[in-house]
Design a binder for this molecule. Sequence first.
Ligand SMILES: [Mg+2]
Length: 351
Amino acid sequence: MKITDFKLSIIKSELKKPFVTNIRRVDAIEDVLLTLITDDGTKGYGEAPPTVAITGEDIGTIEKTIKERIFPAIKGLELGGNDIFEALHASVTKSTSAKACVDMAIYDILAKSANKPLYEYLGGKAKTLRTNLTISLGSPEVMLKDAIEAYNDGFSVLKVKVGTDKKECVEAMQSIRAALPSAILRVDANQAWDAKTALDIIESIAPLGIELVEQPTCAEDLAGLAEITAHSSIPILADESVFDYEDAVRILDGRMADYINIKLMKTGGIYEAIKIAALAKERGAKVMMGSMLESVVSISAAVHFAMSDDNICFYDLDGPLLAKPSSVKNALIFEKDEITVSECIGLGVKL
Ligand SMILES: [Mg+2]
């Protein structure tokens, strides 16, 4: 079976409320949607969100990269084996969201031709994942209100986005903890702090019982990240500092973080994510399956992948929950904070 053709379109869904972090604000999901077509007519689907602030890609660059670089490199190659994925990764530097979009469409086709759901094709079993819900950065009062609302809607794991202001961050976390004594709280600084500020804040919020602190420092400040990890009483999770396998080796072998966040949009898809997850397992580092602000196609890929590895034990897959329902049919069942996959083959996506 060979890849012979492709189509690009856009998948859109309005957000229920704006998504705000230390580095960006988004009002609607508007992602590239790919249909990859084989010589026997099988279709595989992929999605890539434009996340300029993180991967450097917008809709135009994702489409252009797929059209002019990746597709010509994989067209006509035989599916099965690693060659097609090696060609995909060699076709262009970086461009990880464009690569992820094509990679998941190939995996969709491979699982379909094996007549299996993708998680089973990847060696996993169906299970229920419990996703956290993201609380956007805002004033401590608004964050508290959003956190209480989310908890009352059935989300017991909250990932709270915080910013550079130490006082506001500590105040927000204290008031959320006081209102929600049994919630699991994660903090994501999205690179907001330097090492000293991070350790100050961590000392102030540690008594509140915080599960993990994500990406405290600038992605490139690995020395800062290592210093924080060495002295923090809360486990540190690296996100923007880990894109590919080489990054994961550097971070884990250099003890620069306790946990790592794998996102298909950073790894360039499942092929590379498998290698990173295996490395993390070998090094005893727990993994979060993360996502950008994505819709149901790429979140399906992330869910199937997360089900393939027991060491992936934190889930940040709330994109579809933050948006109004998408028109794309899919096999994901969201019940409060639980995600399960209904019977399907491949990714379970139908356009
Ligand atoms: Mg993050």
